[in-house]
Design a protein around this ligand. Structure first.
Ligand code: TYD
Length: 408
């Protein structure tokens, strides 16, 4: 029989680092409570580009419950940190229900708050700790952090800032909300805005070129989020848009010039130079063209560990191909030999597949010489030895171990 405790229950519901780190903070600093968690529907218990709340909570022995169960727990304190469902406050036995919303409420209630403020050319955004009421992000405000966003390059950067600032705000006020010792301010009518699920159609994202230069620049910023997508213009993924001084003399959207790496288009006012995604350019060239042409893109890549929407880094693709020259170029310029795809598959695992397919182990050796970790596990906890055993390639794995022993 489960031991009955008189501890008050706190339930963390949500996803991503704000939820895992928020829960971690509470477990360490407020051990006197009983903790439960509710993962988002998309949480399969594995880390991806964000940590899994399910995985973290299970590693700490925190029990998963359903929302229905949470409604039934007497005196529960419910904390939503990027939770994906609307809760019904009237069904809880308590009114101690809190949410961190990624915007400066009352503005930008609802969804895609990393994109809308940028699209609208806002200079500031922020994060808000508020009580959960029956509406969408309508509850009374407990605290807010405001920060400038005009210098942020993309929705991705803004989202990571939200995760950090949201966690800081939560940590700062955790004690007061846990002890029910806080003051609230109702949200007003003025400045209140809402954007729902259909406010941006990410599956069919299209950039409107019939706009001013700054509106075009802001669309590129707002739609740039590598793990989801990059905006495409005339079929090319774009990572950056910069305005020229020249006033446009042509109808908006006309291509003025184009090179391998960028193009210029006219807008309603100023011409804009669009920089193509060098990660996509590199990967496409390496898969369909030549190493020499692919290497030309490397200089343009700001972070060699950036991944495309499949989760591939340049080094993953060159390792899988067994392209020694290109991989060497990437490694000497600082590419991390251990940066995996979103599922945790490492460049060495890809190179090992090349070894299995061709019998050539040079790519594996190169990665090992640059510090690839042969024992690294993917997000399901499976390492190269596991795959080698499963695929009947243990002898090849042992050849690599011999190489490690000889070089160490
Ligand atoms: P998500 O957590 O799904 O949305 P929300 O901000 O509404 O809670 O996604 C985080 C951010 O990622 C979102 O603000 C905008 C961006 N995003 C994309 O760029 N493309 C997409 O397909 C999705 C779903 C989100």
């Amino acid at each position: 029989m489960r031991e009955q405790t008189n501890k008050q229950t706190i339930c963390i519901a949500g996803k991503n680092s704000i939820a895992t780190e928020g829960l971690s903070y509470l477990l360490t600093n407020f051990p006197e409570f009983e903790y439960k968690y509710i993962p988002n529907k998309s949480d399969g218990g594995l880390d991806s580009w964000q940590p899994s709340l399910k995985k973290f909570a299970e590693s700490k022995g925190v029990q998963e419950i359903s929302l229905e169960t949470a409604y039934e727990i007497p005196g529960i304190k419910f904390i939503s940190l990027e939770f994906d469902r609307l809760v019904k406050p009237s069904r809880f036995s308590s009114s101690e229900l809190f949410n961190i919303h990624f915007s400066l409420l009352p503005a930008y209630k609802g969804m895609y708050t990393s994109a809308h403020p940028i699209l609208n050319g806002e200079k500031y955004s922020g994060v808000t700790l508020h009580k959960i009421f029956a509406g969408i992000d309508t509850g009374d405000i407990i605290a807010q952090t405001k920060f400038p966003i005009s210098g942020l390059e993309s929705a991705r950067e803004l989202y990571f800032r939200y995760l950090d600032e949201g966690l800081n705000l939560f940590v700062k006020h955790a004690e007061s909300i846990l002890s029910s010792n806080y003051v609230t301010i109702p949200q007003g009518l003025l400045g209140s805005t809402y954007f729902g699920k259909d406010s941006i159609d990410y599956k069919n994202l299209s950039v409107n070129l019939n706009v001013t230069a700054i509106q075009l620049i802001n669309q590129i910023r707002a739609y740039s989020f590598r793990e989801f997508q990059l905006p495409k213009i005339y079929g090319k993924s774009v990572i950056k848009a910069e305005s020229c001084e020249a006033i446009s003399c042509f109808p908006p959207g006309k291509v003025l010039w184009q090179t391998k790496f960028s193009m210029a288009v006219s807008t309603i006012d100023f011409d804009v130079v669009l920089t193509f995604d060098p990660v996509e350019g590199f990967i496409k060239e390496l898969r369909e063209g030549t190493s020499e042409q692919a290497i030309l893109w490397i200089d343009k890549i700001r972070n060699l560990d950036d991944r495309d929407e499949n989760g591939w880094t340049p080094l993953i693709v060159s390792s899988y191909k067994g392209d020694l020259k290109t991989s060497f170029e990437l490694l000497t310029r600082g590419a991390n030999p251990n940066t995996p795809n979103f599922k945790g598959t490492t460049p060495l695992m890809y190179a090992f597949t090349h070894f299995e397919q061709t019998g050539n182990k040079e790519m594996c050796k190169l990665l090992l010489n640059y510090g690839a970790n042969i024992h690294a596990a993917d997000n399901s906890g499976r390492n190269l030895e596991f795959f080698a055993k499963k695929r009947d390639s243990l002898l090849k794995y042992e050849e690599l171990m011999v190489h490690i022993n000889q070089t160490s």
